[in-house]
Design a protein around this ligand. Structure first.
Ligand SMILES: Nc1ncnc2c1ncn2[C@@H]1O[C@H](COP(=O)(O)OP(=O)(O)OP(=O)(O)O)[C@@H](O)[C@H]1O
Ligand SMILES: [Zn+2]
Length: 472
């Protein structure tokens, strides 16, 4: 049983997706107007780990993470630098994808706002028809917050005064807390045709539209950083539930901040460490372990000392993998274990069950991390000396379980695979055909291949345009 802390209601709940074992997870991705920093990386790595753990427990998670490729911040950056806004988007999305790839973050689909303008217009139109939105004189469309009774429940801020937003357009809104679904074009800004004149989407509508396009109108997990609870997620929730007429997201999960000297790492505070610099300095393995070293709902403060410790842990895990691999090759399976070995066996079992216990309790990553330390200690102090096949084999299984979440070593899973067989080649051929279908946006057929392969025991992981596969 897995329990998760739901921001909506602020309590832990048993995790039961709408259609087990399928899990639809939507995470708010970046606005691509600057380099990805390690604060963003923390949130993205946390949700990657959540997904990987759910997969380890047998759920088939489909992870959608959007790219906001049109927004005031992008337009301003392009203006400041005298560039086309599309160049800005191109440069920083490349940096984002590069970061994801290095950190082993696998996302199944990365929808972009500008590819979904007709869907967005349809959604906004639907909200107007249902009486939840109105068109202002300028041609902007606003959501009428007073029409949605559940407003404020997610963020828990009760005072209506605290809901004020989008102050610059106060004059044309019915109330100070209404927010834009569609923004009328200003001269020189990118814009699209719509029934209300040229304009562009507001920020919040994109996530309601793209999440339902790929995951349906009932989503199991919606994630993002805690800074998104208000107003972004509150607004997403208001417009989606008004549109669909039913509960939209089952579990709202929010990751806390990566801080530096106690302050949120943020471009506006000028205290960021770009992800690519941190990757150069520490390498993806240690960085990823460190990013997952404290509870996702607690802040993680930047510390070179801590990163140094995780570099050591990373080395220890790699050495353990190496050592187990070599020893397993020469160890002979034998039935009997001596008393010391039985004790070590019990210890290893406690390590893995402690880890599962922590991860099942709202992905308590801080506590779970202690199991990795315990494992390396037990392995080097006890297992390595015994050369016992049973202990080595169990150690291997524990390490691969850890690796499937922390991804400290992509080659661990691969190294014990037998020689390539005809079966491997056939699966690879299907995976290649599916990649081509995805490129052509024929997602139905692509999903069909994925599901059929899953039934046969092959799990596919999409990493941008590349797809990797493994046996269940
Ligand atoms: N310091 C941080 N720690 C953890 N998550 C963060 C941090 N900063 C941003 N995020 C998360 O990263 C994701 C992408 O954020 P977005 O592109 O909107 O960042 P941003 O607000 O432009 O960044 P910044 O705060 O640096 O200006 C969001 O889910 C956001 O909550
Ligand atoms: Zn969003």
């Amino acid at each position: 049983m897995i329990r998760v802390f739901n921001t909506l209601g602020r309590r832990k709940e048993v995790f039961t997706p709408h259609r087990p074992p399928l899990v639809g997870m939507y995470v708010c991705g970046p606005t691509v107007y600057d380099y990805t920093h390690i604060g963003h990386a923390r949130t993205f790595t946390v949700f990657d780990a959540v997904k990987r753990y759910l997969r380890l427990r047998g759920f088939d998670v489909f992870h959608v993470q959007n790219i906001t490729d049109i927004d005031d911040k992008i337009i301003n950056r392009a203006r400041e630098e005298g560039r086309d806004w599309r160049d800005v988007v191109e440069e920083y999305s490349r940096d984002y994808f590069e970061g994801l790839r290095s950190l082993g973050i696998q996302i199944d689909h990365h929808p972009r706002v500008t590819d979904h303008i007709p869907d967005i217009i349809r959604f906004v139109h639907g909200l107007i028809e249902k009486g939840y939105a109105y068109v202002a004189e300028s041609g902007s469309v606003y959501f009428e917050v007073d029409k949605y009774p559940g407003y404020g429940m997610l963020s828990g801020s009760l005072s209506k005064e605290a809901w004020r937003q989008e102050e610059d357009v106060m004059h044309e809104k019915k109330s100070p807390y209404d927010f834009a679904l569609w923004k009328a074009a200003k001269p020189g800004e990118p814009s699209w045709e719509s029934p209300w004149g040229r304009g562009r989407p507001g920020w919040h509508i994109e996530c309601s539209v793209m999440s339902s396009r790929y995951l349906g109108s009932r989503i199991d997990i919606h994630g993002g950083g805690v800074d998104l609870v208000f107003p972004h997620h509150e607004n997403e929730r208001a417009q989606s539930e008004s549109y669909f007429g039913h509960r939209w997201v089952k579990y709202w999960l929010h990751a806390s901040y990566l801080t530096i000297k106690g302050e949120k790492m943020s471009k506006s505070l000028g205290n960021i460490i770009p992800l690519r610099e941190a990757l150069r300095e520490w390498g993806p393995g240690p960085l990823r372990l460190w990013l997952l070293s404290s509870h996702y709902r607690s802040n993680l403060d930047y510390s070179e000392e801590a990163l140094g410790q995780y570099r050591r842990l990373y080395e220890r895990l790699r050495q353990a993998a190496d050592s187990i691999g070599r020893r397993l090759e020469r160890a002979e399976p034998s039935g009997r274990l001596g008393d010391n070995e039985l004790e070590t066996l019990a210890k290893l079992k406690r390590v893995i069950s402690g880890w599962h216990e922590a991860m099942s309790d709202d992905f308590n990553m801080g506590k779970a991390m202690s199991s990795l330390w315990e494992f390396t200690t037990t392995y080097f102090r006890e297992v390595e000396q015994t050369e016992s096949y049973t202990l080595l084999w169990l150690s291997w299984r524990i390490l691969t379980a850890f690796n499937s979440v922390y991804a400290f070593s992509p080659d661990i899973m691969e190294s014990r695979r037998p020689e390539k067989t005809l079966e491997d080649s056939l699966v690879q051929a299907l995976v290649d055909v599916r990649s081509e279908l995805r490129k052509r946006r024929m997602y139905d057929l692509a999903d069909d291949i994925r599901n059929r392969l899953a039934e046969l025991g092959f799990i596919l992981h999409d990493m941008g345009e590349k797809t990797e596969w493994r046996r269940k």
